[in-house]
Ligand binder design. Structure first.
Ligand code: SAM
Ligand code: CA
Length: 220
């Protein structure tokens, strides 16, 4: 019927949510609590959270690393999909944002699966590597400062096992990724990473046009 991905009108997007979204009460609560936040747009979309949780289940993941947690939506979406003894290491620099996350996680039955690491994510990832945790994670979600993405990707490749997945958010930058003349340093960083991934023989690759664009890189 079509050789390209369908264009989502508001009506069609609402329809997708109507017929497929299954959002846990605690996720709904985080969404509601974050809606009035000045940076609410940083939160992933609910269908993306559901998609990532689906991938976590599909992989049978037990250990997940998150780079960029904000008020805790994506972390909780993935933690809910982990087994009881699963672990999600959530990295962020903001105590203010993650205090909100903690409050909501604590009201769930999965808070024991989430370990928050406050501090620059690169330092946390290097520490994990120093601690001998290379190849110990099944998946890594990258969603922090865009200029740091390439360094996060390189660390993530070391931290996940062969067959593990890296999920990279905002790879379309609201469409700006296709703008060769963009003046945004964040978009330029994403463009450079997108180009690098195009021929990166260390991974299998798929760019999924969900949310603001989610690249899936499966470590070979
Ligand atoms: N994944 C989150 C969600 O679904 O709600 C959204 C994450 S938000 C786009 C980006 C987060 O990255 C912010 O909470 C910010 O504090 C964090 N951040 C920015 N720079 C960072 C750094 N160098 N190290 C760790 N976290 C950082
Ligand atoms: Ca994002």
């Amino acid at each position: 019927m079509s050789r390209k991905t369908i264009n989502l009108t508001r009506e069609l997007y609402d329809y997708i949510l109507d017929v497929s979204l299954r959002e846990h009460d605690a996720l709904q609560a985080i969404r509601a609590a974050t809606a009035a936040h000045p940076q609410a747009k940083m939160q992933i979309s609910p269908e993306q959270g559901q998609f990532m949780a689906f991938l976590i289940r599909l992989m049978g993941a037990r250990r997940v690393l998150e780079i960029g947690t904000f008020t805790g939506y994506s972390a909780l979406a993935m933690a809910l999909a982990l087994p009881q003894d699963g672990l999600l290491v959530a990295c962020d620099i903001s105590k203010e944002f993650t205090d909100i996350a903690r409050l909501h996680w604590d009201s769930t039955r999965v808070s024991h699966k989430i370990e928050l690491r406050l501090g620059p994510a690169l330092q946390t990832m290097d520490q994990l590597l120093e601690d001998g945790q290379d190849a110990s994670f099944d998946a890594c979600f990258i969603d922090a400062d865009k200029e740091g993405y390439d360094a996060y990707y390189e660390r993530a490749l070391k931290l996940i096992r062969p067959g593990g997945a890296i999920m990279i958010d905002n790879v379309l930058r609201g469409g700006d990724a296709a703008n060769a003349a963009t003046s945004s340093t964040a978009t330029q960083a994403i463009q450079a990473l997108n180009l690098k991934l195009r021929t990166d023989a260390r991974v299998h690759l798929s760019l999924v046009p969900i949310g603001d664009g989610l690249t899936l890189a499966l470590k070979i």
